[in-house]
Ligand binder design. Structure first.
Ligand code: HEC
Length: 426
């Protein structure tokens, strides 16, 4: 069976031979007829090679079809046309050999039919690999109508922000679309599974539901994307680009929270970390600071706001807050900075660029140990103050552009285990 599959796959390669040879043969025959020129004697050999390669392609195609995964009707129609191409080329070889150098009407007519058969075979074959709407997908509406397609639905617009995003259509489906739908759609349904809509995913494939709401263990899909890539059951199959860690984390969250369809993030509930992951997956501007305002003392927040810090909710009616920055015009006093210590447990991203932050004040920054992103670009901080940064063991991103800090990159990379990006400080 494996050997059959092995050879079967060569169908998609070998099929170009009969196409090339037979198109060339038919065109030369028609040309000779129209120009009333003598046919070349070599034509009989050309038809013979066309017939041989067409028969070979049919056999390989049959082997490929045994592997399954294609719509049975689509296979039947493509196979019928494929076989008729092979039969027709044998007929051409037998008949036209005897015709000698005279380009007759029947030779030309047979050649035209051969061209039509080839086109149809190729068309139905391509539909199976690319989907039946592939050709006219981006066609003007008039052509879509001729092809019997409905008016183009506009691609769903990317949500402007996380609070308007719908869980399934905006976040989950695009993940399947990018890596899975190529093999799991209406025409090509590998493992009898479609991953192009919510209902189909829950319905599942050969082995049952692909996703079972609230249960990772019973979700075949989740198991397969977490296998080792060398495992034969790993998805995506055939060495196609795997899902990223972030995409897997998002799918995990989705399944564990009921595998919902049209809910918003707010309905489902989401951790701050995952919110950042989803924002970056959707290409939404990165949330700069978020922390649970519910946990942070509102009096402190108010005082910080009075001192020039800004907070913004990232999700309507939710406790998450994003963005904090100092207004450069208001000098940063020690008292204000000390207020940050009161919300240090919630403070993960801090932007103090272009503020009056100095080396002495860096002692406070050095205590904000939950920070994973810190921007102190355009400040007077020097190597002396930068020493404090080495306490921030959760830091992933650090911006030191236009500061007095230099020769610091290596020290930072050696001492901050999570550090992924450091800007400036060379
Ligand atoms: C290159 C083609 C290809 C791609 C891309 C692909 N798959 Fe598959 N998938 C298959 C084949 C072939 C099978 C059937 C063989 C098997 O069960 O391993 C299958 C089967 C499955 C099954 C089991 C269905 C059942 O009920 O038996 C799941 C679940 C699945 N795929 C999920 C995925 C996911 C999720 C992705 C995207 C990350 C994906 N596939 C991408 C080819 C592919």
């Amino acid at each position: 069976m494996d050997l059959i599959q092995f050879f079967g796959r060569f169908h998609v390669l070998v099929l170009h031979l009969p196409i090339g040879i037979l198109v060339m043969a038919a065109c030369l025959e028609i040309y000779a007829f129209l120009k009333k020129r003598a046919r070349s004697e070599v034509m009989q050999t050309v038809w013979l090679w066309g017939a041989i390669s067409a028969i070979g392609t049919c056999i390989l195609g049959y082997m490929l079809s045994l592997g399954g995964g294609y719509n049975a009707d689509a296979v039947a129609i493509h196979m019928t046309y494929g076989i008729s191409v092979a039969v027709f080329s044998i007929i051409c070889w037998l008949l036209f050999g005897k015709n000698g150098t005279k380009a007759t009407t029947s030779v030309a007519a047979f050649s035209v039919v051969q061209l039509i058969l080839l086109t149809l075979t190729g068309h139905y074959g391509a539909n199976m690999t690319h989907g039946s709407t592939f050709l006219v997908e981006h066609a003007p509406q008039a052509i879509r109508t001729m092809a019997g397609l409905p008016a183009a639905t506009k691609a769903r617009l990317k949500p402007a922000s996380l609070d308007v995003a719908l869980v399934y259509p905006d976040i989950i489906q695009p993940i399947f679309e990018s890596r899975c739908v190529g093999c799991h759609n209406d025409e090509k349904t590998k493992g009898e599974l479609k991953l192009n809509n919510h209902a189909a995913i829950l319905k599942g494939g050969k082995t049952g539901p692909a996703v079972m709401a609230n249960s990772l263990e019973n979700s075949e899909l989740f198991k397969r994307i977490n296998l080792h890539p060398s495992d034969e059951n790993f998805m995506p199959a055939e060495g196609k680009t795997a899902l990223t860690e972030n995409q897997i984390a998002i799918l995990k969250w989705w399944i564990e929270n009921g595998a919902v369809e049209n809910a918003s993030l707010k309905d489902v509930g989401i951790s701050a970390d995952l919110q950042t992951i989803i924002a970056s997956e959707l290409g939404l501007s990165n949330i700069e600071v978020k922390f649970l305002a519910a946990d942070a003392d509102p009096n402190i927040i108010e005082k910080l706001e009075d001192a020039g810090f800004k907070f913004r909710r990232s999700i309507q009616d939710e406790p998450y807050i994003e963005v904090i920055y100092s207004t450069p015009l208001v000098p940063l006093t020690d008292d204000t900075l000390n207020l940050l210590l009161a919300i240090k447990d919630q403070l993960t991203v801090l932007k103090l660029s272009r503020s009056s932050l100095n080396d002495t004040q860096m002692a406070v920054i050095g205590q904000l140990t939950e920070l994973y992103s810190l921007n102190i670009s355009d400040t007077q901080v020097t190597n002396e103050g930068a020493k404090q940064l080495l306490n921030l063991s959760n830091l992933k991103s650090l911006n030191l552009f236009s500061t007095g800090v230099n020769n610091f990159t290596q020290t930072a990379e050696e001492n901050l285990p999570e550090l992924e990006h450091i800007y400036g400080g060379e």
